[in-house]
Design a protein around this ligand. Structure first.
Ligand code: IMP
Length: 179
């Protein structure tokens, strides 16, 4: 089985990627390490900087992933600042800023260091809602997709439609031929 390291401190992301990667014959090996996450305006920039930082410190091939919640009536905020916003004001804070029912989307960018650097993107549209469900991580309980929040879904259900499952699908299609 082909193997690739996933550098992240988020166990929820690893669980999702692992489940998604299995049918592609790709084994995701968790590398529980941190890298400086630039506070910049696009996920792509965050990922490119993470790849540049990790390239000299970790053996190839490896991947990093950056994601965020983009709320339409907040002009895309918190977007690339989602991790900081989650840590500081959390779900309750976002619900004070954004009305229930407002449109939002999750975006994910996977960066892969192998045969150079490659980026893979995915997104999913939904609405902000009052918290429901105890599954997943981060903003999952307040992100509703077709009457179900991500927090109410199993990993397998979330993996059929989420932003990360889409960036992962294009990464894995490429990886299973190249790695
Ligand atoms: P980062 O990708 O590590 O910068 O984290 C992005 C932040 O966005 C996380 O801390 C979560 O709060 C949020 N986020 C990203 N993807 C998801 C997801 O799939 N579910 C819920 N929250 C997410």
């Amino acid at each position: 089985m082909n193997q690739i390291a996933f550098i992240t401190q988020n166990h929820g992301k690893v669980e999702e990627l692992r489940a998604k990667a299995k049918p592609f014959g790709v084994n995701i090996k968790h590398c529980d390490a941190a890298y400086p996450e630039l506070q910049v305006d696009t996920l792509e920039e965050v990922v490119r900087n993470a790849l540049a930082f990790c390239r000299s410190r970790f053996p190839s091939p490896f991947i990093v992933e950056d994601s965020g919640l983009f709320v339409e009536e907040l002009h895309g905020f918190p977007g690339p600042y989602s991790a900081y916003i989650y840590k500081t004001i959390g779900i309750e804070g976002v619900l004070k800023l954004a009305r229930t029912g407002t449109a939002a989307r999750f975006e994910s960018v996977i960066g892969c260091c192998s045969h150079g650097a490659k980026l893979f993107k995915g997104s999913v549209e939904g609405v902000i809602t009052q918290p429901r469900g105890h599954g997943g991580f981060g903003f999952d309980p307040i992100f509703e997709y077709e009457n179900q929040t991500f927090g109410e879904m199993t990993v397998e259900e979330k993996n059929t439609l989420s932003h990360r499952s889409k960036s992962a699908a294009s990464f894995l299609a490429w990886a299973s031929t190249v790695l």
